[in-house]
Structures are given as C-alpha cells and as structure tokens.
Design a protein. Structure first.
Length: 477
C-alpha cells in the first residue's frame, strides 16, 4: 500500500498544483497558521479533526476524543455570553420543574399532617334536622344524637372499627390554686384515644376502672396546663375545680397541631360516666343526649360503607329516611383527604407541565444556538472536511457541544433547586405546609427529559453540520 504523506510545509510551499488548488492550499495554510497549529518539516501537528489531503481514514482513539472535547470547550469559551444565556434557560427549566413539584408535595404532606392531627381515618356524626313530613325540609325538626345511637352503632355496624360518644360543654369554669380559665370540658369513654390522636406528655390516660368506679380524675390539654398551672408547674397529681367539683389531674396531652385554633389543647377530658352525671347537656329533653359521635371505619377503603351503616342506624332511631342527604350533618375526613389529594394531583400536573414547558423552551434555545453555530462555522467545517475530517468526527464535536450545554445546565438547575429547598426547610413549619423536598419521580422525569433534550439538541444540528459538502461550505461567506 502506498505510504500516505502528511500534510506539511512542503505541501503548503509546493508549486506543483493548479491555480485553484494553490489558492485553496494557501487559504488552508494561512488559516491553520492563524489558529496556532504548528507546521514543521516532517509533518503537520493538526487538530484531531484534520487529516491529510489524500483521505486517510481516522481511527477513533481516546486522544481523538479528548482533542474533540478540548476544541468543544474552547469554542464554548469563545462565545461565553451566548453559552451562559443558553445554559440559563435549561437550568431555569429544570430548577423550576423540581421546585414547583416540590412545593406541591409540601402542601400535600402539610395538609395530610393537619388532618392526621385529629386522628387517622376519623369520621364525625353530628345532630341534624329531619323533615317532619317526608320530603319537606321546610317543616323540619331538629334531632339530637343519643347514647342509644352509640350503642346501636357499636353493635350493628360491622364496618365500624370503633365508635365513641362525646359530651362537650364550654360553659364550665375551671379553677386551680394558680389560675382559672374557661375552656372545653369533654366526657369520653376510655377507648376514645384509639379513635382520636391524643399523645400524652406526662401521666396516664383514662382507663376502664376510672369509668366504672366513677373516679374524680381528668386529663388536660397543653394550653389548659399553661392557663391553670403557669410558670412550668407540674399538673399531674394536682387538683382542679370544675364548677366547684374537685378532680385530680392524672395526665397531660401533648400539644396537637399548630397555632391556637386547635381546641384539643384547651380541654379537660373526663370519663363519659362522670361527665354525664355532673355535666349533662343543658336544656336537652333527652337525658342521654350526646354532642356528637366519633368513629373509624374498619379499613380506610370502607369509609363510605361505614358512613352508610351509621346513617341507617341514626335515621331508624330518629324516624326518617336514611337516603335523605339533607337530614345529616357529618364529616368524613377520609373523603376530605381524598378530595384534597385529587386537587394536589391536578396541581402537580399543572406545576410539572409549567416546568416541562420552560424546559422545552430552553431546549429549543439550545437547538437554535447550535444551528446558528453551524451556520457561523460553515467555512471551518468545510476546511476540516477538505483536510480529511469525516462526517463522524464533525458529528461528534457538535453533538458533544449540545449535550454538554444541556447536561451541565441540568446539573446547575438541580443543584439550585436542592439549595433552595434546603434553605426553605430551615424556615420552620407553617400550618398546612411542609418544606418542599426533592421528589424522586420529578427528578427522574427531569433527568429523562434532559437526556432526550440533550440528544435532540446535539444530534440535529450536528447531523446538519456533518452533511455539509466541503466545496459548498468553503464557498460560504
């Protein structure tokens, strides 16, 4: 095989060419010299994308790759402002996508936390208004829930895991040796803490012996302790007076929820028996009337069935049709949580869509910039191909430029979003909102989108550059 002579100063200085070839070689040599590429007598130290005029095929080696990478970085550095603005668009898109989805998840988890401060899967049944004449609510009559309703639900509703009657009054005066206040006094059965979320800070909860033996004991909330035992005094073991009747404090409930809007913190809890004996609901015709019922479904997915069973029992006991929706006043926190969850799902889709649109616009910007770069460097591409650079080598450099801009921008966007989330986590908890966290799903979507964007942003302009004909490229002004 004939030995390939390298492109050298001898070739540049040779007169053994036609006028056209001589002009082309002169232009090539001057361009190489202006770019600082060394020419010596034995051969030319050309860039990785330039080869001899006789068409020697390049071999892909690590040296070739790193030389291509070096040229790519030098080209990007030569257009610093353009590269920065292009990268900013992608970084903004990725950062906004992750941050917006993270904020949506913060609202979701905060709302869930607020609902769980009541208890897990809690349902309420309140007194309502039943029609005196079937189908005519204008002639309605009020009805009160009774202790019999509680017993019937406990016995006849198989999909109800636990139910508790609640007696509540707000007109009872609480007095201790250190202060006095007006808060809620609530009578509940001992198993009430299995339905509602009532973690103890100190002492113990009410038990069955307290109820059956009619002990004068109570459990108080965190805010009630501050009012009756100021200055950090110990409440457990001390006595308080409820409308002049002495009760011993046996337990203190931890603060539940945030802010001052949770009445649980300002309560005194008695056994149902003692509450009914000394503080029944005032002015009620039914001696066994209760304020409301708290219950939990057997499993979360059966909350609608449990609600229907409770409604049927209450409607039967109070003489109206259970299918009359207007006759009931109840609250299903499970259904409420599901509704809120759907709202946040839509919010996540919307916020994620906004982030993806921003990311797409950034990708379009990269494609546009790379196409401009191909147009500006048409003569350079033509020269390199005239010197022996293959379509593959031209494709590689432009592809690397687009992919590098995309991936580096994405990394900056992810880092910025993570930093903002970290700073927001130190701001403290806000009612109904948790600090945003990096969602694995959104991060995966962002990385996958970046990969597709990087391939498209790099490959399309790179292919256009690689398909340029050397002669046409060199004619381009």
């Amino acid at each position: 095989m004939e030995r390939q002579e390298p492109f050298s100063t001898t070739l540049c200085n040779s007169n053994e060419h036609s006028v056209t070839d001589h002009r082309l070689l002169s232009f090539q040599c001057s361009l190489l010299s202006n770019r600082g590429w060394e020419l010596d007598g034995s051969g030319t130290k050309l860039p990785a994308l330039a080869y001899n005029l006789k068409g020697a095929e390049p071999r892909f080696t690590p040296m070739l790759f790193f030389e291509t990478l070096r040229q790519m970085l030098r080209t990007l550095w030569a257009h610093k402002l353009r590269s920065f603005l292009t990268m900013f668009g992608i970084a903004w898109g990725v950062g906004s996508l992750l941050l917006l989805v993270g904020l949506g998840e913060g609202f979701r988890s905060g709302n869930r936390r607020e609902l769980n401060s009541l208890g897990e899967d809690i349902m309420f049944m309140f007194p309502g208004r039943a029609p005196a004449v079937a189908g005519n609510m204008s002639s309605g009559r009020e009805y009160r829930l009774t202790y019999k309703d509680y017993l019937d639900v406990q016995r006849e509703a198989p999909h109800v895991r636990a139910v508790a009657p609640v007696l509540r009054r707000q007109d009872i005066r609480e007095v201790s040796d250190y202060g006095n206040t007006n808060g809620e006094v609530v009578g509940v059965p001992p198993h009430f803490n299995t339905i509602r979320y009532l973690p103890l800070d100190s002492g113990r909860w009410l038990n069955d012996a307290d109820d059956t033996q009619k002990r004068f004991v109570c459990v108080v909330g965190d805010e009630m302790v501050k009012n009756l035992f100021p200055g950090g005094r110990t409440a457990v073991g001390s006595a308080i007076l409820l409308n002049g009747i002495r009760f011993e404090v046996v337990g203190v409930v931890q603060r539940v929820g945030h802010g001052d809007d949770n009445s649980t913190n300002n309560r005194v809890l008695l056994t149902y028996t003692m509450m009914h004996q000394f503080f029944p609901l005032a002015g009620e015709q039914q001696l066994d009337a209760v304020s409301f019922l708290n219950y939990r479904p057997r499993v979360r997915d059966e909350h609608a069935i449990a609600r229907q069973e409770v409604r049927k029992i209450v409607a039967r006991n109070h003489g109206f049709d259970w299918r009359n929706e207007d006759a009931f006043e109840d609250w299903d926190t499970v259904k409420n949580a599901e509704t809120v969850g759907k709202i946040f799902d839509v919010m996540d889709i919307f916020l994620g869509g906004v982030g993806l649109v921003t990311l797409t616009l950034g990708a379009i910007g990269i494609v546009n910039i790379m196409l401009v770069a191909v147009s500006e460097r048409t003569r350079e591409i033509g020269l390199r191909k005239a010197l022996g650079a293959t379509n593959h080598s031209i494709l590689l450099q432009f592809f690397l430029e687009g992919a590098f801009l995309t991936l580096m921008s994405g990394a900056i966007g992810m880092g910025g979003a993570a930093l903002l989330m970290h700073l927001m986590s130190g701001m403290g908890k806000v009612p109904g909102f948790d600090p945003p966290t990096m969602s694995y799903l959104s991060a995966t979507v962002a990385i996958g989108t970046l990969a597709l964007v990087g391939i498209f942003a790099g490959l399309y302009p790179a292919r256009k550059a690689a398909m340029l004909q050397p002669v046409e490229a060199l004619r381009q002004e």
